[in-house]
Structures are given as structure tokens and as C-alpha cells.
Design a protein around this ligand. Sequence first.
Ligand SMILES: [Zn+2]
Length: 331
Amino acid sequence: MRVGLSIGGGISAMEQVDPRDLAADGFAAVFIACYEDEMRWHAETAAHFSRECQSAGLEVFAVPLGYGKVMAPDPSTESLYVSEHPQNCQLDSRGRRVPRACPNNPAFLEWFSSNMRTLAWLLECRGFLWDEPGFHFSRGAWACRCRWCQRLFFARFERQLPLELTPEVERFRRESLLMFLLAAAAAVKAVDRRLVSAVMPGSSATSREAGLGSDALEGLADASAVEALSVYVPWQSEGRDMEIALQNTWKQLADAVDAAGKGSMLWIGGSPHPRDRLLEAIEVAAAAGVPLLVIAGHQTLTASVAYERFRPRLSQTIRRIEGRSTRSASH
Ligand SMILES: [Zn+2]
């Protein structure tokens, strides 16, 4: 098993992290958050950082965040596109614009694709991770009912888009997001066909309302936009047993991707604090057969004050499970 690290925090984190340290600690991959509003001015810093990661032997995945906030696991992420183009944002079932671009809006789609092509040109990387793409949903109101969505729904189902979130509407939202992901994958592949398109469906209880949830992994693994599926295991916040949560989630994920012949990765939150049981979690994931375990993230782990003391043990654990998988792969 290989272990990756997700580096949120944008440009300031990239300026603090030395990729050679990460490689020395045993990390094999990094997932770099690329924020829309920062990339306008600091794209060179991100490009430099990804090059340094590559030369340190780390596999790099770009994680675009903001960009109209279709991919917005964190609602506080800013998007200049959203503030400058309210007319391209989602319209909810109460007729209000919400601060998230509509993935069915052709003008937004064009802007988004062009930005992803630029990112793909700039960053030397293995692929892109599309993080929790979704439609707006809150307290009984859902989106999107903009004219593009109405038109597409009518063309697809030959009736008006209902006001209620019917199973048909759920299907429409899901298919819309998969079409959007297909466009996103096509945009980066236009630059380099080898770039992997990985998708992280929402893991929270509301992810189903957002349109794509990790509760329907099989359907997602089958989608042509998805080359690798990435699933976050929030065992801490859900108060679940770590071992059971990791093993069960991995089993569901492995079943889905094996049947579809796609790649996979599992994410966990991690810190040096004993309550996060990070070293044990790495052992459990390796024993279960997870190919790539990504630790989210840099702030709670590698940038934390307790990291220096934790480092030797973490690095030993990673080396140990690495050695194990190498042996089993060679025999
Ligand atoms: Zn719409």
C-alpha cells in the first residue's frame, strides 16, 4: 500500500512544505488543493511546487476547489466566478439564486473547462481529483431550476421539471453531475490523455441530496467520467469504530471498482493525536488491501506542532507496510 497526503491550505501551505521531507517520511503521493481565487495570481507558485513534488518522487494530484463552487466540500471557499456571474448560478426550488454555478450552464461549463485546461498545462501531475461535486440543497430547498436545467430536463423526460425532488429529479441531478465530470475529464485529457480523472463523492449524510453520494458507489464506478473512485472515511466525526468503518467502506469501494475495472483510493483524517489512531489505521488499511491511503491533511498532521515527535513512528509504519506490499507483489 502507498500512503498519500492531502495538502489543503493553498499557496501558503505550498510555500511551507518541502516535498523532499514528505518523500523522506515515506509519502508516495500528494493531493494539492488549487483554489480558483489563488490560481489567478499565484499559478506559478503552484506549478513550481508540483514540479518539486515530482522531482522528489511524489505522485501529484491536483484538487481544484472553488471554480464556481460546483466542487465545494467547504462552503467557505471563495469563488470570484460566483460573485461576478450570479446569472450563471443555480436557482433553487424557491426561486432564489444560490452562490454556486450551475453545472448545466453552457457559459459556466466553457469557463470551467478552459480553466481546467490551463491548470493541466501548468501543473505537472498524474491526475485530477474532483472533490464532492454537487448541487445546492438546504432545508427543503434544492437546485437547480435554472432555464438550462428546465430545458435539459424536458428534453430528457418530456415533462416540466417538477418543484419536488422526485426520484426523476434525483436521477436528473445525478446524470447532470456525471456529464459535468465527463466535461471536466475531457478538458484535462485534451492537454494530456494520460491524466487520471478521480472522483470523490460526498460522504456526509446530505451527499445524496447534493446529487452524488458515496452510498451509490457501483453506479459511480461505472460512469465513464470516473477512472478512479476516492472515498473518505469520516469515522471520527461519525463516532464509528475505526477498524470496522475502514474495512466496510473499503469492501464496498473494492466491490464497485473491481466490477468496473477502475482505480481506487481511500481517505482518512489524521493527526499525531492518539484519538485519531493514525498508525493503526494505516496498518488496518494495508491489511485490507487498500492500494492508496490518503491522509487529510497537511494542517492537522505534517504542519502540527506534534509532528516532529510523531514523524519517526509514522515513517516506520509507512516503510513497514510498503515493504509488505512490495513483497506480496513480487511473489
Ligand atoms: Zn441549472
